[in-house]
Structures are given as structure tokens and as C-alpha cells.
Design a protein around this ligand. Structure first.
Ligand code: GLA
Length: 708
């Protein structure tokens, strides 16, 4: 039996992680779960997990541990992949790391592994941070004489505690982000990667594991805005101790990341894997939200209230003029909007999506006196002003491209395939970043712009992780020059959402799809990892331009209220009644945004698959959104049970106006729902509220105020 030199435990508030450290060999996970009592005997904990070898195992069972390698009979994917070029050929290099030393604290450990023959060492750091989220990151150094190339370096390899025998993975596409699939974690494992220079819509940079017996959930995310690789390999042959391995890291091409001989210059992952465990999915969401609010979102505490947006895209598209925009701004203000965002089409010759990206000067055709008259108009209406940009891109039909055809990413003497008629600028060139900084900075310096919608609408080819690092540097530089400007990350919707981009931006655009039947699912899925204040959520037009579906304003408005609310539709196309309904929901949002954007999010479950719910509790208040998207089999839907309340406290429960027209007919004693029913948290969480939830497009808001 392998004997550890030391056991180290890291403790958060409710989580413990125990490692066995085998000096001269490796380090292995012994325990990951609810916080252990102080006196736990860690040696006994380890012994209780060990078994003897079976008939078809190596005599000494390999220990992949925190830094798995292909040695001693282990068959999985190593955490570090090394290549060496010799005489124009590329060779794979086998590593042989040994645990050299470690330093640890109550919630932190740094381990150094050394390959003495290659003179390469790896540092892995594990830390339990805000919300009990555990971060894993790594750095690799080459102090030998040979130059190598890194093909992989996963900061997280986790031997999955076997009680987590189911997983939820995410998949998606443009306008259909974050579709959940829950299944058994079988011998086939799981694999997902992105290859287009951003996480994209495939969703594999987010993952959940479940213990179906207890409901306990574990979530993992790679905080990186470039390509990822996630894999789970089951140990079906007993090549170690039966635990499946979860690996997460960046996805690189061979030759992309040199590991040159230089003892000082390591290759850092420049990203972390964030991992959290909780008794249920709601608590897990709260843990990730705490990490974001405290450690990731820059200056989160100082953020002002999240203003209601009106974005011009769905209302006007490319059909822009100063007069039309001013009229749209008038309508926006009348509905209660607080920020007017001018989307695509305002610059250079950009009258459609095939041209002019890169020419970031205000179009004099559309704005003969510049943007200032429009901005002044918006300000006079009491709103601030936001602007769309897509800085990383260039259209072949642009002044920038004609002047600098080499500034785009391309392969010499090969075609330059466009996507949406555009190419990607090569941010690895200093000059390109300086140019973009100068252009954006002067736009922000010359105009009162409170907000940038930073878009990214194509795949990056050829991709490189340096492109993402340079993007981070560009945004950081711009933010320090213009700290008051808020930035949204959009990539055709949710194509680049991760904690790396959120460390330098203020919100994300979760999807181009504003159809509320889709949107409610998309927001619920993202909110597993992201708090509502960073999730842009807009009321779109009906019929919806993507799905073609017609939906009523009440449903669209209620769905959009849960998040950072906005309008992305033309108020002129709305009836007077629709405007009234929308304006009423905007007013409700303003009343409730402090609660929503500071509180704890709870996921409400219901036996009808068409019924979903989310609820936020904060101090003495709570707000729930309950939606029916299907047509129920039963007329009398089961009551919706609330969550996160103090069992012994009394709450006054109301259904805020406006109500969904059809469903409201089936409310018994409607006046009581206006005046309020007083119930205990116990009754509300155990028995719930019987609401009419039969018809599709029915949504209710439930407001709660603690009275004693
Ligand atoms: C992308 C964005 C949209 C809109 C258009 C403008 O598709 O996701 O919200 O800004 O670009 O071209």
C-alpha cells in the first residue's frame, strides 16, 4: 500500500478538500465534500478508500493524482502534453514528474512537481475562495537546455468522488444556448472542446455532476474566453482506482505554445478552473454567484443599479437615421428606459453586415453633426447612452483592411475565408491593439458614452490563445482609461460567456433569442453559474424574428424582468395596451432590482415539465417568477412550492399586477392576492401556492415581504 508523507486538508466554510501527498511521487485527492469535523483522522479517511489489487491490475496500481501521466500503466490522458522538434520532425515527450515540495495554508496549497531529467517543473495552486468555490490553476517552467512545445496543460484533473455518478452537460447553437442533458456517468465518459478561438455555443466549459441519492451537485467551469477542452475518462479497466477523471483546460494547437528554455519565464494557464459543491443546485448557484460578486466582477460593490436598456437592433436594424433614433429614444423614455443603446450600423459605410467593420468613425451620412446631437437628445430624456462595437473584426470592404490587409489573422498565400463577411484582426500585433485602443478611447473620450456592447460575431481562424490574452489586455487598458464605462460581452449572443471575460466586463448577452419560451430556459441555465445582474434580458418583438412565434406582452415582460431588463423591440409596433403592460413591468423591475441583483437565487421545481420557477430572497423580501411554457395535462396545476424562506417567519404574499389575462380568470378570490395572504415560510415551502398554470405563456410574479 502506498504510504503518504502527509495529508493536507483545505477548509472553506462548508467544504473540505483533503490531499494525500506522496513526496517523490505525486499527490492524490482523498476527500472532497461537506466540511469535515476538525478532528477527522485523515490517514484513516485515506485508508477507508483503499482496496487491494484485482486479478488484472498492475501490482502497484497507478495513481493519476493531480498531475496524471502515462506511466506505471495508467491509460488516461496526461495533464501535460509536451512535444519536441528535432530535425524538422515532431516527437512526443514522455514526462516523469515527482512531487518535489508544497506549501499550504488553511484554504490554499501550492504544489511543485519536478521532472528532473527534462528540468521542467509544474506548479499547481488550489484555493478555496469566496462562496467556497475552489480554484485550480497552474504554471509550467522549463529550466533545462531543450526547447519544447506544450500541447496541453490542464490545471484541473480531478478524481471524481464516485458518489457523483450522473452528469449534466450543456450543448447549444446560435440562438439556442445552454441546453441541458442529464445522464448517467457511464464508461463512455464525456468530451467537449471548442476550436474557434472562443468557448462558443457548445457549452462544454460548464459542467455539473450529481449524486442522485442525496441531490448533492458539483459544478465546474473554465474561466477562459478562448478554446477549452473538457473530458471525463472513466477508469473502466482498473488502470487506477476506479474513479473517473475530470479534466479541464485550454485547448491548444501543436506549435502554439512554446515552452522554451528559460527558468524565469513560465507558461501560465492564464485561467482558472472553478469548482464548487453544494447540497443542491440552488445552493450551488449561490456559491458561484458569491464568487463572482466578491472575487470576479471588478468593483461589483460600487456598481449602480442596473439601468433599463432600449437597444436599437430589433427596432431599426440597419435602417438608421438621426431622426429615427431620436424618435425611438422618445418612445424608450416614455416606457421607462434609462439607457439608450445604439447597436450596429452607426459607423463608416456600415449599411449592412457585409461591410466597414474596422472603420470606427461616426458615419457622416447618418449623423451629419456627429453623434452628439443624438446623445444630447438621449440625455435630455433622462437616459444615458450606449454604443455597439465589434473591435476584434475587420471587413474586407473597409478602409482599415485596404490600408492594412496584413492586420487580419490569416495563413500566408492561403484564402482568407470570411464569416458574416468579416475577418478577425490579429491582436498579437502590438500595432493592431494600439490602433484599436486609440480608436475606442477617442470615441469614448469625445462622446458621453456610458456603455459599450462589445460584440464578436465569427470564429477565430487560425486561432491562438495569445489572441485571447491580448483581448484581455486591450479591454483592461480601455477600462483603466475609462473606468466609468460599462461593457457587455456579446458573441452573436452567448458565444463568449465565461468568468475570464466577466472579470473585465459588466454583463453578458445570453442569447440573440428573445422569444420568451426559449429565453426563460436560457436564463435559468445561465443563472446556474451567473447572477441575474449580469444577464441581459430584453423584451423582444412579436412575432419573434428568430423563432417566428407570437407571444403576448405580459409573458415577454415577466420573463425579461428576471435579469438585467431591457427592450429590444420597436415600441411603435406595440399596441397602446402592450405599451402599458410593458411600462408596468419596467416599473416593477425598478422596484425589485435591488433584491434581484443582491439576493440568493433559488431554483423552483414543479412536477409539470412545462412549469419552471426562479426566486430571489434578500433581507426581508423575495420575488419569484413562475412560468408555464407548455399546455398542462391537468387543469389544476400542482401548487408551486417556494424556497429559501425562514420556516418560522410570516410572509405577506401578493401577486403583483399586471396579471396574465387568461390565467387571471381562474384565480379564486383575486382581491386576496392583491391585499396579500399571510403565511409562514414553512407553509410556503412545504405546500406552496395553487396558481393557475395551465396555459402556455402564463407567468406569475410572486412578491413576498417578511412581516414577523
Ligand atoms: C450580433 C449580436 C446582435 C446584434 C448584431 C448586430 O448578432 O448578437 O445582438 O448586435 O450582431 O449586427
Amino acid at each position: 500500500m502506498r504510504k503518504a508523507h502527509e495529508y493536507v486538508r483545505l477548509d472553506g466554510q462548508a467544504t473540505s478538500l483533503v490531499l494525500a501527498l506522496y513526496g517523490g511521487q505525486g499527490a492524490d485527492l482523498v476527500y472532497l465534500g461537506a466540511r469535515l469535523p476538525d478532528g477527522e483522522d485523515l490517514g484513516a479517511l485515506c485508508a477507508a478508500q483503499q482496496r487491494s489489487v484485482h486479478e488484472n491490475q498492475p501490482d502497484i496500481v497507478p495513481m493519476p493524482g493531480l498531475l496524471p501521466e502515462r506511466k506505471a500503466g495508467w491509460k488516461g490522458t496526461p495533464a501535460v502534453g509536451l512535444m519536441e522538434r528535432r530535425a524538422e520532425r515532431i516527437y512526443e515527450v514522455q514526462t516523469d514528474f515527482e512531487l518535489a515540495n508544497w506549501t499550504s495554508d488553511k484554504n490554499y496549497i501550492r504544489l511543485t512537481f519536478m521532472d528532473a531529467a527534462l528540468n521542467i517543473h509544474v506548479q499547481l495552486a488550489i484555493e478555496i475562495r469566496s462562496g467556497d468555490v475552489i480554484t485550480f490553476d497552474g504554471c509550467i517552467f522549463n529550466s533545462g537546455a531543450r526547447d519544447f512545445e506544450l500541447t496541453r496543460f490542464a490545471p484541473l484533473t480531478l478524481a471524481i468522488p464516485p458518489r457523483f455518478c450522473e452528469l449534466t452537460h450543456f450543448s447549444g447553437r446560435w440562438a439556442g444556448e445552454m441546453r441541458e442533458t442529464r445522464r448517467a456517468l457511464g464508461v463512455e465518459g464525456y468530451a467537449s472542446q471548442s476550436t474557434a478561438g472562443k468557448p462558443g455555443f457548445a457549452g462544454g466549459n460548464w459542467l455539473l455532476l450529481h449524486d442522485p441519492a442525496s441531490g448533492e451537485a458539483m459544478g465546474a467551469h473554465l474561466a477562459w474566453s478562448g478554446d477549452y477542452e473538457t473530458r471525463i475518462e472513466a477508469d473502466q479497466h482498473g488502470s487506477s482506482d476506479g474513479r473517473a477523471q475530470l479534466q479541464m483546460g485550454q485547448n491548444w494547437d501543436c506549435g502554439e505554445v512554446p515552452l522554451t528554455s528559460d527558468p524565469e519565464l513560465g507558461v501560465n494557464n492564464s485561467c482558472k478552473v472553478c469548482l464548487a459543491l453544494a447540497p443542491d443546485r440552488s445552493t450551488l448557484a449561490q456559491k458561484f454567484h458569491t464568487l463572482l460578486r466578491r472575487d470576479v466582477l471588478a468593483d461589483r460593490k460600487a456598481w449602480p443599479a442596473r439601468k433599463v436598456h432600449l437597444n436599437s437592433w430589433e427596432a431599426l436594424g440597419f435602417d438608421l437615421s438621426e431622426a429615427k433614433l431620436k424618435a425611438l429614444a422618445d418612445d424608450a423614455a416614455a416606457l421607462g428606459a434609462e439607457r439608450f443603446v445604439l447597436d450596429d450600423g452607426w459607423f463608416g459605410g456600415r449599411r449592412n453586415d457585409r461591410t466597414s467593420l474596422g472603420d470606427w468613425t461616426v458615419s457622416s451620412d447618418l449623423f451629419p453633426s456627429g453623434l452628439t446631437p443624438l446623445i444630447d437628445h438621449v440625455h435630455a430624456l433622462g437616459m444615458d447612452f450606449g454604443l455597439w462595437v465589434e473591435p476584434e473584426m475587420v471587413s474586407p470592404d473597409s478602409d482599415l483592411y485596404r490600408e492594412h490587409p496584413d492586420w487580419c489573422l490569416h495563413k500566408e498565400s492561403k484564402d482568407r475565408p470570411t464569416m458574416r463577411g468579416q475577418l478577425v484582426l490579429d491582436l498579437r500585433r502590438e500595432k493592431v491593439c494600439d490602433h484599436l485602443f486609440a480608436k475606442l478611447s477617442s470615441l469614448l473620450g469625445e462622446h458621453a458614452i456610458a456603455y459599450l456592447k462589445w460584440d464578436h460575431n465569427r470564429d477565430v481562424f487560425p486561432r491562438s490563445h495569445a489572441q485571447t490574452e491580448r483581448l484581455y489586455a486591450l479591454i483592461d487598458r480601455l477600462r483603466s482609461a475609462h473606468p466609468e464605462v460599462e461593457i457587455e460581452s456579446c458573441a452573436s449572443g452567448g458565444g463568449r460567456i465565461d468568468y475570464g471575460i466577466l472579470a473585465r466586463t459588466h454583463r453578458v448577452w445570453p442569447s440573440d433569442n428573445n422569444d420568451p419560451l426559449e429565453r426563460v430556459r436560457i436564463i435559468r441555465a445561465w443563472s446556474q453559474f451567473l447572477p441575474l445582474e449580469v444577464l441581459g434580458n430584453h423584451v423582444g418583438p412579436s412575432p419573434n424574428p428568430i423563432t417566428g412565434r407570437r407571444t403576448c406582452m405580459d409573458f415577454r415582460s415577466k420573463v425579461a424582468l428576471f435579469g438585467h431588463m431591457g427592450i429590444e423591440a420597436d415600441p411603435r409596433a406595440m399596441s397602446a395596451e402592450e405599451r402599458t403592460v410593458l411600462a408596468a413591468h419596467i416599473a416593477l423591475y425598478k422596484n425589485w432590482r435591488d433584491t434581484q441583483h443582491s439576493g440568493d437565487l433559488w431554483r423552483l421545481e414543479h412536477p409539470d415539465a412545462g412549469v419552471g420557477g426562479m426566486m430571489v430572497t434578500h433581507e426581508n423580501k423575495a420575488l419569484a417568477l413562475v412560468t408555464q411554457t407548455g399546455f398542462a395535462a391537468h387543469f389544476d396545476a400542482a401548487p408551486i412550492r417556494l424556497a429559501g424562506l425562514d420556516a418560522a417567519s410570516q410572509y405577506c404574499v401578493t401577486l403583483p399586477d399586471p396579471w396574465p389575462a387568461k390565467a387571471a380568470n381562474y384565480l379564486a378570490g383575486p382581491e386576496r392576492w392583491r391585499e396579500g395572504l399571510t403565511l409562514t415560510g414553512r407553509a410556503l415551502m412545504t405546500q406552496g401556492l395553487a396558481l393557475p398554470l395551465t396555459h402556455p405563456e402564463t407567468a406569475w410574479l410572486i412578491a413576498l415581504e417578511k412581516v414577523s
